[in-house]
Design a protein around this ligand. Structure first.
Ligand code: HEC
Ligand code: HEC
Ligand code: HEC
Ligand code: HEC
Ligand code: HEC
Ligand code: HEC
Ligand code: HEC
Ligand code: HEC
Length: 557
């Protein structure tokens, strides 16, 4: 600790020397300054700028690296941009200067108290709070910022990123990453918390810390909530600071990681990648979990039957888009009234790709159910992918129908009871009939530890299935009652309403990687036919309709 302080003070000295050097051509009067100035608003203790003209913060005199990073963010331009807009008014200042907004101070302070250029822009203290006591003892008065956000609380990013123009927090609270998350319980479980809890995601998934809960609790001191215990009461959702770097704009959108690259380390894929392929030996009861990212980048996604004809990853043209997942899932637009007057912005922070639109207000609804013609497809046109929202909607319909046709070849739940029966249509019911006749259910036994090709084909169907075929995500197999419908013990009771097999939707209706998903299904259908000597009732179209990724090569068989 002593070392760091000495280093910090030396850094402050260096900053001063640089100032002298830069002004070296002019006549200068050398004045020995403290590495920090006294607060103009003495009652709150906000220090603000050391040198307003160069945007040198007092904090940055010691925290030189943070200062340099922050200078590249828009927060450092908040005042200039406000003035340049030509619409500056007093009430705008609350979010474009350093004051009580964004931190724990609850009274008018900083620029709200003393209107001086030392308090222009969204400086360090906007988020960290007033620094004067920190300087008196950096070790004990740590000046930690909060990563917590919510509507109606008076600190955190949401205090400024709110309202009709910037309703980021207002949307986020309703999003699956905010308080609409229904699985807060996973936030205290290991390893679930690595993706389901904000602090753990920051520490383990993004900073590569030791994944054991005990170790994480020991790493304290970089933000307020890091010092809280990991328990149900203190669970943090995926807050703004989990995805966004508060200090650095080195990545597009001030994000922590690139959002466009086709890699496992991509921002969204960092979490949307839990389980994409069936394990070699495991009960086949659980299907894909957060496989969306793996499908998009064709990594660890699906069972590739022997004879898989492609030698390289199959990347969708979509993923090459530089905005990656955000191109479809973070699609801001403006909502106007019938006469074209501004009502409010939508920032895209519901994270829905094609949200239902409230037909009365024009606002997107989280988790709405509606027909396709009431969904917003404008996101598909923004990046120039589709000529019009109408064209995108049609393309979506065609693709979904193709996914439905192909998954139906494996199993169509003809009587709609979400139980795979020998009387249902498709190849798997035929495999089941063979197994029943042979009095050996192994081929489709979801409870033994061997994984068969028939079971692997279920996995692939779950990866590709659309919302029109929800039975794939929760079904059981005729005659298999290894779970006990009336049990209350967690070990043998049936999940949900008597279903045995569960998986999460992951194909986005096929959109996440049309060519890959179609190839996966057609190859799977061929493999099942060959392996079990079963044939479809009618001829099946097994060509891949989607446009192939550029330069894709087929291995010769
Ligand atoms: C005089 C030099 C100096 C100035 C000016 C200064 N700090 Fe610090 N700061 C330090 C030192 C040294 C530490 C490390 C103390 C320790 O190791 O516990 C520290 C620690 C911190 C921490 C705790 C996290 C960490 O890395 O240990 C935060 C947050 C922080 N400072 C923010 C600020 C902010 C915001 C300002 C401006 C209001 C500021 N500091 C101004 C020297 C300074
Ligand atoms: C004191 C108010 C305030 C607080 C607190 C605040 N912001 Fe901002 N933020 C702004 C303003 C104002 C701008 C726009 C500055 C400009 O463009 O001139 C902005 C811009 C941004 C941008 C860049 C937007 C763009 O168009 O490139 C991001 C990202 C951002 N903020 C994220 C955050 C995050 C994350 C937090 C919390 C850790 C946060 N902000 C806290 C006021 C604030
Ligand atoms: C409630 C807080 C708040 C208030 C009040 C506020 N702003 Fe902002 N302003 C923001 C935030 C947050 C951003 C960044 C939003 C983003 O990047 O999408 C921003 C961004 C801006 C930008 C930058 C846009 C760009 O990227 O070029 C301008 C200009 C601006 N505001 C002008 C104004 C004006 C004019 C007013 C008053 C009429 C005002 N703001 C009032 C929070 C606020
Ligand atoms: C938009 C809000 C915001 C602004 C502006 C901001 N910080 Fe932070 N800062 C945070 C948050 C949130 C954290 C905790 C999350 C993290 O580490 O990224 C943090 C963490 C820190 C830490 C400890 C962790 C680390 O990375 O070393 C230091 C030190 C720090 N900030 C200093 C500064 C300084 C100095 C400035 C100004 C040059 C500044 N911050 C500007 C929000 C902000
Ligand atoms: C799950 C990750 C995630 C979370 C959580 C999140 N964002 Fe974002 N945010 C994004 C992505 C992705 C973009 C789009 C970046 C781009 O267009 O390149 C974005 C864009 C933004 C922008 C505009 C940046 C720009 O360059 O136009 C602002 C401002 C912003 N977010 C603020 C917030 C705030 C405030 C919160 C919390 C209330 C928040 N975000 C939560 C992922 C996230
Ligand atoms: C820190 C981990 C993490 C990151 C990063 C992340 N997500 Fe998520 N996401 C989750 C979790 C966990 C859930 C499920 C929340 C719940 O329902 O409990 C989720 C849910 C979702 C959902 C809703 C799924 C459904 O079935 O309705 C969408 C859509 C989504 N995320 C998109 C994105 C996008 C796009 C990005 C990148 C901009 C992203 N996520 C980044 C963890 C993350
Ligand atoms: C590698 C990251 C990761 C890990 C680890 C992880 N999950 Fe998830 N989980 C996600 C993401 C992302 C989603 C949202 C997308 C989806 O549903 O496929 C999700 C969704 C869920 C959902 C469905 C939420 C909903 O709203 O429908 C449940 C339940 C769930 N996870 C439970 C767990 C449990 C229990 C564990 C630990 C045994 C766990 N998860 C571990 C990333 C993860
Ligand atoms: C080309 C547009 C597009 C891209 C790129 C995209 N998605 Fe999607 N995503 C969709 C569509 C369309 C849906 C279906 C939405 C619905 O049915 O409401 C969807 C659905 C989802 C869901 C909900 C579960 C499901 O499969 O229906 C999650 C989670 C998700 N996407 C995450 C991601 C992640 C993570 C990425 C990047 C790795 C990504 N998406 C890239 C369009 C896209």
């Amino acid at each position: 600790m002593q070392d760091r302080l000495v280093f910090a003070l030396r850094a402050a000295g260096a900053a001063l020397a640089a100032t002298l050097f830069l002004t070296g051509c002019e006549e200068i009067v050398y004045r020995d300054r403290e590495p920090f100035s006294q607060p103009l608003d003495a009652s709150s203790g906000f220090l603000g700028y050391y040198t307003p003209t160069t945007r040198q913060t007092n904090c940055g005199n010691c925290h030189a690296e943070k200062q340099a990073e922050w200078l590249g963010t828009k927060h450092a331009n908040a005042w200039t941009d406000l003035q340049a807009s030509g619409h500056a008014q007093d009430f705008c200042n609350s979010c474009h200067t350093t004051n009580e907004a964004g931190n724990l101070v609850a009274v008018a302070a900083g620029f709200s108290a003393v209107q001086d250029s030392v308090y222009y822009d969204v400086q360090c203290e906007s988020c960290h709070g007033p620094g004067v006591n920190h300087l008196a003892g950096p070790e004990t008065n740590q000046l930690l910022a909060s990563i917590a956000v919510d509507t109606g609380i008076t600190n955190g990013c949401g205090e400024c990123h709110t309202g009709a123009h910037d309703p980021f927090v207002d949307e986020w609270v309703q999003s699956p990453h905010g308080y609409a998350s229904s699985y807060v319980a996973e936030g205290v479980r290991d390893p679930c918390a690595n993706c389901h809890e904000g602090r753990r995601a920051l520490g383990v998934t993004f900073a590569g810390m030791d994944p054991r809960l005990s170790a994480l609790v020991a790493v304290k001191g970089t933000y307020l909530e890091a010092n809280d215990p990991i328990d149900a009461e203190h669970v943090q959702p995926i807050t703004c600071a989990v995805c966004h770097d508060p200090h650095s704009a080195s990545k597009e959108g001030q994000l922590r990681r690139e959002v466009g690259e086709a890699e496992l380390t991509q921002l969204c894929v960092s979490c949307h990648r839990r389980e994409g392929a069936p394990e070699p030996s495991h009960a086949g009861r659980r299907g894909p979990h957060a496989a969306q990212g793996l499908i998009v980048i064709d990594e660890e996604a699906g069972w590739k039957p022997s004879g898989w004809p492609y030698t390289e990853r199959l990347l969708p043209t979509h993923s090459i888009n530089e905005r990656g997942c955000a191109a479809c899932h973070v699609t801001p637009f403006t909502i106007n009234d019938a006469s074209g007057n501004f009502v409010k912005n939508y920032t895209g922070h519901l994270f829905a790709a094609i949200p239902c639109i409230d037909q009365a207000t024009g606002e997107p609804i989280r988790n709405g159910t509606c027909s396709l013609d009431q969904r917003y497809f404008g996101g598909c046109t923004v990046s120039g992918c589709h000529g019009s929202a109408e064209a995108a909607r049609t393309a979506f319909e065609v693709l979904e129908a193709r996914m439905d046709y192909l998954t139906d070849q494996l199993w169509a739940d003809t009587d709609g009871d979400a139980v795979m029966e020998t009387t249902d249509r498709g190849l798997l019911p035929k495999v089941l009939a063979q197994a029943v006749a042979a009095n050996n259910l192994n081929a489709l036994n979801l409870y033994d530890t061997s994984v068969t090709d028939a079971e692997r084909s279920i996995w692939n169907a779950q990866l590709a299935a659309s919302d029109n075929r929800l039975y794939w995500f929760s079904f059981k197999i005729q005659g298999q009652n290894s779970c006990n419908p009336v049990s209350t013990s967690s070990s043998d009771k049936c999940p949900g309403t008597l279903r045995s097999n569960t998986g999460h939707r992951s194909s986005g209706g096929g959109v996440h990687n049309p060519f890959f998903l179609e190839a996966l299904l057609t190859e799977t259908i061929k493999a099942i036919q060959a392996k079990y000597a079963v044939a479809p009732d009618r001829p099946v179209d097994l060509t891949v309709h989607a446009a192939p990724p550029r330069g894709v090569r087929t291995a010769s068989r």
